[in-house]
Design a protein around this ligand. Structure first.
Ligand SMILES: [Zn+2]
Ligand SMILES: [Zn+2]
Length: 324
């Protein structure tokens, strides 16, 4: 091989000319200019999208978990803890971080890298500027959210089929009292199966109308907030579900982990209501409302014991079909 072989490493100005020829930089807003700067700096759109997505995922996931770690360390907040007797220890949280990080580098990183080629195949805009109008972003994010929630409801119920539960979903149910960091504590197959719901809505929509990667990017940030917060284990008077009654929030998902039944959806309460998979949850809520502090602990213990029994039944089940 000759030492003079030319290797094309796009220089910033080169990349700008290739990606943004004819674009009037001064007509762009500040966010669009940063977008252009990032894609120009990296030079290769596939690497730029992959790297940006991975960094965002790590920063938002762990960044959003930090307030919950602090809250767990302050006894004052215990009055809003859904399972006050079960506060995760720092060792438990550190063990979870290591497992989650391992999954991020081995499973999520390659998947994130595949997103750009997939996005291009369906015609999604990626490095392009200008961004879509904010109203377009709002309705598209609402669609991604609706799509993911419905998909998750179906896929999560399927993951409770004994065969899939035993081999895949059991890992995520390790914590009967979840905490923020445990949101993505799951088997690699589960990360792929449920992560598909987050990606697929945007890819499907891009087949019918113009979708920009930045809209998907904002949606993933919101989805990470939702996932971490729903595992936080805290129900504050100012939590979103207190303002929007159809928002699922932490009490909804915490019950799923504690009682090993009901509440299969992610963002909204309506599918569990329509299909009757929140009957036990509602009964639990009613009992909690009319109980004293001392009774609450007994009710909680009872629900955990019933959950453990229900889980053991699924694990020891010979049938592979029945969903608990
Ligand atoms: Zn589950
Ligand atoms: Zn969970």
């Amino acid at each position: 091989m000759s030492l003079n072989t030319t290797v094309t490493v796009p220089s910033p100005s080169n990349a700008y000319d290739q990606l943004y020829a004819g674009i009037d930089y001064s007509s762009l807003n500040w966010y669009e200019q940063q977008w252009v700067a990032w894609y120009t700096w990296i030079g290769d759109p596939v690497i730029a999208t992959g790297l940006l997505s991975f960094i965002m995922h790590e920063v938002v996931y762990f960044g959003r978990s930090i307030p919950w770690i602090i809250i767990d360390a302050i006894p004052y907040f215990r009055k809003w803890k859904l399972q006050p007797a079960k506060v995760p220890s720092p060792e438990e949280q550190w063990k979870c971080v290591k497992q989650v990080l391992f999954g991020h580098f081995t499973v999520e990183l390659p998947t994130i890298w595949l997103f750009h080629p997939l996005a291009e195949t369906v015609g999604m805009k990626t490095y392009h500027v200008p961004f879509p109008h904010w109203q377009t972003m709002v309705w598209q994010i609402a669609f991604f959210m609706f799509f993911e929630d419905l998909y998750h409801f179906v896929a999560h119920r399927a993951l409770h089929i004994p065969l899939l539960y035993k081999h895949i979903h059991k890992i995520h149910h390790k914590y009967s009292a979840p905490f923020g960091l445990a949101a993505e504590y799951a088997h690699p197959a589960e990360v792929m199966i449920l992560g598909f719901g987050t990606l697929a809505g945007s890819l499907v929509l891009a087949l019918f109308t113009e979708v920009h990667f930045v809209t998907f990017f904002i949606w993933v940030i919101l989805k990470l907030f939702q996932a971490v917060d729903s595992h936080s284990g805290y129900d504050f008077p100012w939590s979103l579900q207190r303002i929007l009654p159809f928002w699922s929030g932490a009490d909804h998902h915490d019950f799923h982990h504690m009682a090993f039944t009901d509440n299969f959806a992610t963002s909204f309460r309506w599918w569990d209501r329509i299909f009757g998979t929140d009957v036990k949850f509602q009964a639990y809520q009613r009992r909690k409302k009319s109980s004293s502090q001392a009774e609450l602990i007994a009710i909680e213990r009872e629900a955990i014991a019933e959950g453990l029994k229900a889980e053991a039944k699924v694990i020891n089940s010979k049938s592979n079909i029945k969903v608990e």
